[in-house]
Structure formats: C-alpha cells, structure tokens
Write a protein that binds this ligand. Structure first.
Ligand code: ADP
Length: 261
C-alpha cells in the first residue's frame, strides 16, 4: 500500500509540474504576442506619418497644387506629421529607458502648487483654442512631496493635454488639495469619457479607445503608461474614473514624506 501511496504522490507531483509548465508556456506565449503587437504598433505608428511626409513633400516638390492656400495647407500637414513623429520617438525613448530601469529621477522636495501653476500656463492656449474653460482649484498650502519636478510636470501636462484632446465642449478643472492621508492633484474634464469596460486597458502601451483612435485626435497611446510609471517611481498612484459621454477624472496621489517611510 505504501507503493500505491507513493505512486499517487508522484502522480500529484507530476500534475503540479505539468500545471507549472503549462502556465509558463502560456506566459511565454503572452509575452511573445505582446512583443509582436508592440513592434507591429510601432512600425504602423512610425510608417503612417512618414508616408504623409513623403507624399506631401513630393506634391510640393512637383508643384502639384493650385493655389498658395493649398500649398500652405500641405505645409501645415507636413509640420503636424513631423511633430507627431517627434512625440512618438520621445515617448518610445522614455518608455524604453523606463522598462530597462534606466530612468534617473532627480528627487528633491517639490511644491506641487508651483508645478500646477507652470502647467496651467502651458496648457492655457490649447484650452482657449478649443474654447474650453480652464478652472483651477489650487490649495496653496499642500505638503511638499519628495519627487522629480520636471517629471511631475511632464505627467501633469500629459493629463491636461489628454483632457483638452478628448473634450469638445465644457471645462477642464485642475484641483490640488490634501486630506489626512495624501496630497492629490486631479485633472477633470467634461469630455467624451471612456467606456467602462475599456478603463482597465488605458494604461497599456499603445492602447487607444476605438472611438478616439482616429487620427483627428493625434496622440501616441504611450502617454498614460509613461505617466503611470513615472508616478509610481515617485511613490505615488495614478487613478482614473470616467463616464462615457460625460467626462473623465485622473487623480495623482502622493503620501507626503520620504517614499517608503
Ligand atoms: P494617447 O496618446 O492616444 O492619448 P494615452 O496613453 O495618453 O494615449 O491614452 C490612452 C487612451 O486613453 C487614449 O487614446 C484615449 O482613448 C483614452 N483617454 C486618455 N485620456 C482621456 C480623457 N481625458 N478622456 C477620454 N479618453 C481618454
């Protein structure tokens, strides 16, 4: 009987081992799929602006336009596509550095009030162009945060740019305050919102909600994954809540003090 028991035990162990191997194989396949998808996305996103650049440059070179106005329009497209390409390359570079763990932060005590003020100045023009109201509710006495000022600005600007990009009418509100536990910075808009079932994916690389995928919105699909990583590297959290057709709220939370205290 000892023999039977040993055999059962061995069968169990083999079963566990087989499960682990299966699990590993699935993980490996998932990794391969994401990698493949990642490169397919990059190639597509790089190729599209290059095609536009090449096409319109040819049109101009061959003088295939009928008025100065038309020529200016084509030059405008070339400029837009070059900027898009520049953003994409910058984002890819940032992401690559982060994934290798090579992004170096200059941590110091920073005042989020100053950062919020700077970023509001930068986004004001874009909000005005779309006739959106830019509201700020900035409490001036929040605790200092141990973080990287420039990176924090990058994150906040990204959230505000998204808010402007995905809002057709209404307002964008930037709120800075703190409660007993944490300091928070929130960017709230009255824009197109995100479908509930897609919210879990928006922090994935290259993810774009289908409706907003069209080129009219621009964007790289890398902004949010970068933002989330940067916030986490500074010991914070990035949260989102959204209602389709009503608006979206992103919130950055930081517990004051040294990270890990
Ligand atoms: P993108 O460069 O395409 O904006 P992000 O990583 O910044 O990429 O965002 C991912 C996707 O999340 C966007 O394509 C968009 O569909 C959605 N999204 C982000 N911010 C907002 C927002 N404020 N309102 C509605 N949708 C948003």
């Amino acid at each position: 009987n000892l023999e039977t028991r040993l055999m059962i035990q061995r069968d169990d162990e083999i079963g566990v081992l087989a499960d682990s191997i299966n699990h590993l194989a699935t993980e490996l396949q998932r990794y391969r799929d994401t990698r493949q998808e990642f490169f397919a996305n990059i190639s597509h996103d790089l190729r599209t602006p290059i095609t536009y650049l090449e096409g319109y440059a040819q049109v101009l070179k061959k003088g295939l336009y009928e008025s100065e106005e038309e020529k200016d329009q084509y030059l405008g497209i070339i400029h837009e596509e070059a900027v898009r390409l520049q953003h994409l390359v910058n984002d890819l570079f940032d992401l690559a550095k982060m994934e290798e763990g090579k992004v170096s932060l200059s941590l110091e005590w920073i005042d989020l009030t100053e950062i919020a003020d700077n970023v509001v100045q930068k986004i004001m023009l874009k909000a005005c162009e779309k006739k959106l109201t830019l509201r700020t509710k900035i409490i001036t006495h929040v605790s200092l945060i141990y973080g990287d000022g420039l990176r924090m600005e990058q994150v906040l600007l990204n959230l505000l740019e998204n808010a402007v990009r995905y809002t057709e009418k209404g307002s964008i509100t930037l709120e800075l305050d703190q409660n007993n536990t944490y300091v928070y910075l929130a960017v709230e808009d009255t824009g197109i919102g995100i479908p509930e079932d897609e919210i879990p994916y928006i922090f994935e690389r290259f993810y774009r909600v289908e409706k907003s995928r069209s080129r009219q919105y621009g964007g790289t699909g890398l902004g949010l994954p970068i933002a989330k990583k940067l916030v986490e590297l500074q010991g914070g959290e990035l949260l989102v809540s959204s209602k389709l057709g009503q608006g979206t709220r992103f919130e950055l939370r930081f517990v004051p003090g040294y990270p890990g205290d």
